[in-house]
Design a protein around this ligand. Structure first.
Ligand SMILES: NC(=O)c1ccc[n+]([C@@H]2O[C@H](COP(=O)([O-])OP(=O)(O)OC[C@H]3O[C@@H](n4cnc5c(N)ncnc54)[C@H](OP(=O)(O)O)[C@@H]3O)[C@@H](O)[C@H]2O)c1
Length: 321
């Protein structure tokens, strides 16, 4: 079957490790099933994998991709939950120290077919297209958990979303706007600031700009390039929820600011299957939809990876096998 995969990794030039070609059909172990992939979406995670982060050599070759929507062997339209708990794990799977995402230990979703634990499938609402549904399992789920499970934000408060163009950020803008928050965003790019406003941001600022007032919470995925701005943007007692560090992870921690202003720094990773089900229901009942940057044939995956590597993306890149 056609798949997007890595048979080596390259820390400095991840695109050089990208391959598009034939891979063996999945062989699902007991209690797993095979999904006919109708749409799969790209995440920054796939670029990290090509760099060898979270993907050691002994697991190669590996089909990339965490996110898919498709059809199960009974003909049901399904969304694939990407967080795979270890055998026997009970409770919140994101807290399982041995959990993996599709494409870390098990072959990923950027392919014509993918094998997953049967318990990781959930029904795709009929009102969502396969392309829209394929955007949910990583960045929409992550944004949902950051906002509604971790941030402590309440309607009427102000949230700052850093790096508006990213997948998590663009999902968070839409979710925050629809939950009654005042939504401020930053982006390095004027066109992305305008797009963020069209998604629902009330105000958009240049990265690092002084804000009109302090905010209740910041959603961080950019990391080093925006971390100190995030700390300075918070009111005393405010909260940063962080789920990514695209630009690096070694800014000054500004410990005095953290304790003196009693700031909360909260990590967040993916979400549970139940939370993914809630995301799908939320989209179905509100009519809100993911911002899709472009839809490409799986065979043209290189174009999508190159766009993500250069930051030339607003929202999600989706592939159709
Ligand atoms: N923990 C989890 O469960 C989880 C889940 C999903 C993603 N992540 C991580 O979260 C991060 C974001 O992923 P993503 O797919 O949403 O988006 P992304 O493609 O990594 O983009 C994030 C945004 O960061 C901004 N940015 C990047 N480099 C920057 C720099 N040097 N200076 C200032 N801004 C910069 C850009 O915004 P502008 O161009 O608009 O400024 C970009 O759109 C990734 O590192 C990813 O691995 C983690």
């Amino acid at each position: 079957m056609l798949a997007v995969f890595a048979s080596r990794t390259d820390a400095d030039d991840p695109l050089s490790a990208l391959e598009v070609g034939e891979r063996p059909e999945p062989e699902p172990p007991p209690a797993w099933t095979t999904v006919d992939v109708r749409a799969a979406s790209l995440n920054h995670h796939d670029l990290w994998s090509l760099r060898g982060i979270g993907l050691p050599e002994d697991r190669l070759p590996m089909i990339l991709g965490c996110d898919a929507a498709g059809v199960d062997p009974d003909g049901n339209e399904v969304i694939v939950h990407s967080v795979i708990a270890s055998d026997g794990w009970r409770g919140d799977e994101t807290l399982d120290p041995r959990r993996t995402l599709l494409s870390e230990r098990h072959q990923g979703a950027l392919a014509e077919r993918v094998a997953v634990p049967a318990g990781n499938l959930l029904p795709k609402p009929a009102s969502l297209s396969f392309e829209e549904a394929a955007c949910l399992p990583t960045v929409w789920l992550t944004a949902y958990r950051m906002l509604f499970v971790k941030s402590g934000l309440r309607p009427g408060q102000t949230v700052l979303v850093q790096g508006a163009g990213g997948g998590v950020a663009s999902a968070a803008i839409v979710l925050a706007r629809h939950s009654g928050l005042r939504v401020w965003v930053t982006s390095r790019d004027e066109a992305k600031r305008e797009k963020a406003k069209s998604l629902g941001a009330h105000q958009a600022f240049e990265s690092g700009a002084k804000l009109p007032e302090r905010v209740d919470a910041v959603l961080e995925t950019v990391g080093e390039a925006t971390w100190n701005h995030s700390l300075r943007a918070l009111r005393p007692g405010g909260t940063i929820v962080i789920s990514g560090a695209t630009s690096g992870e070694a800014p000054s921690a500004e410990l005095r600011r953290v304790f003196f202003l009693q700031l909360n720094v909260i990590g967040s990773t993916m979400g549970t299957r139940d939370e993914l089900e809630a995301v799908a229901r939320l989209l179905e009942t509100t009519g809100i939809r993911p911002a899709i940057d472009r839809v490409l044939a799986l065979g043209d995956a290189r174009e999508g990876f190159a766009a993500m590597a250069s930051g030339d993306v607003f929202g999600k890149i989706v592939f159709r096998p």
